[in-house]
Ligand binder design. Structure first.
Ligand code: BJW
Length: 247
């Protein structure tokens, strides 16, 4: 096997499914129960902030009941042990990669445990509800305006850290997409970007995604099974960071 130097990994809702977090487009997923236009657009928030704040407060509360699964743990092990560079980009707004031990995670669609102030535009760590029982909204920890919104990238908004992501895609040897339907851009276009730059591309997903044909290789099955196996393969075929991690 050729020695790998740089890997970019993209994860989506499928990697957290086995932790009990709802996906969006599967049967019974979030978009069957909520209208995208109502809860995941700036226009929906302007129309009915209470509905949107309540939707994200409930998902933040549910996150406390979830735990990282073997796929999150395996990616953290890869980051610790692989001697080359790994950039983990997630579309997920949960914190299961961090709780699984990953230290450097790019949350391109924002984070449930962060709030964005519409007055001063500061992003602040946030663990509490954004809507009080009497409908009141808490003050921003920086400017005190009661104008916090979920720090989530909604449709029509620019995802975070795109410059850093495209730079890494242009330089990677391997691009791996895990548990995402390939239905939402710009993330759905990363595979073509990486291929155009000469990377090998691999998809790990429960079933073939909308963009499966763009990948050199596609493996189907649950992330909790496929990801640890793939990480073992990579670490067996490459130099490790520290001898203490070997056998
Ligand atoms: C398992 C599994 C298991 C299950 N193991 N796998 C027309 C054409 C092209 C683009 C556009 C267009 N019209 C508008 C656009 C742009 C728009 C877009 O893409 N729309 C599409 C619907 C067409 N995109 C945007 O607006 C984005 N911004 C933007 O484009 O800015 C301009 C720009 C241009 C150029 C460069 C840069 C920027 C913003 C998108 C924001 C997306 N936000 C959401 C909601 C966040 C809020 C929230 O969390 O509530 O992010 S949408 C939702 O979808 C969420 C997800 O991150 C995202 C992707 O979903 P994901 O992760 O793929 O989940 P699912 O449910 O779709 O799939 C799960 C997969 O897992 C499935 O494949 C299962 O098989 C699998 N699976 N169990 C392994 N156990």
């Amino acid at each position: 096997m050729t020695q790998l130097a740089t890997i970019v990994i993209l994860t989506g809702a499928g990697i957290s499914a086995e932790s009990g977090i709802d996906t969006f487009r599967s049967a019974g997923g979030l978009w069957e129960r909520h209208r995208i236009e109502d809860v995941a657009t700036p226009e929906g928030f302007a129309r009915n902030p209470g509905l949107v704040l309540g939707f994200y407060d409930a998902r933040r509360a549910a996150l406390a009941q979830a735990a990282p699964n073997p796929a999150h743990l395996a990616l953290a092990r890869l980051e610790r042990e692989f001697a080359g560079k790994v950039l983990l980009v997630t579309q997920n707004v949960d914190d299961l990669h961090e709780r699984g031990g990953s230290r450097e995670v790019v949350h391109m669609h924002g984070e449930l445990k962060s709030a964005l102030c519409l007055a001063c535009e500061t992003r602040s760590p946030w663990g509490a509800p954004l809507l009080g029982e009497a409908g009141e909204r808490p003050p921003c920890p920086v400017c005190a305006a009661p104008m916090l919104r979920p720090d989530i990238v909604w449709f029509g908004e620019m995802p975070y850290q795109m410059g850093r992501i495209y730079e890494a895609l242009g330089q990677c040897d391997l691009f791996v997409s895990i548990g995402t339907s390939g239905a939402v851009y710009p993330a759905a276009g990363f595979v073509q970007e990486a291929r155009a730059a000469g990377a090998r591309t691999l998809e790990l997903n429960l079933e073939p995604s909308e963009g499966s044909h763009f990948f050199h290789e596609s493996r189907n099955g649950p992330a909790g099974l496929l990801v640890p196996r793939w990480v073992d393969e990579v670490l067996e075929g490459s130099t490790r960071k520290r001898a203490s991690h070997e056998g």
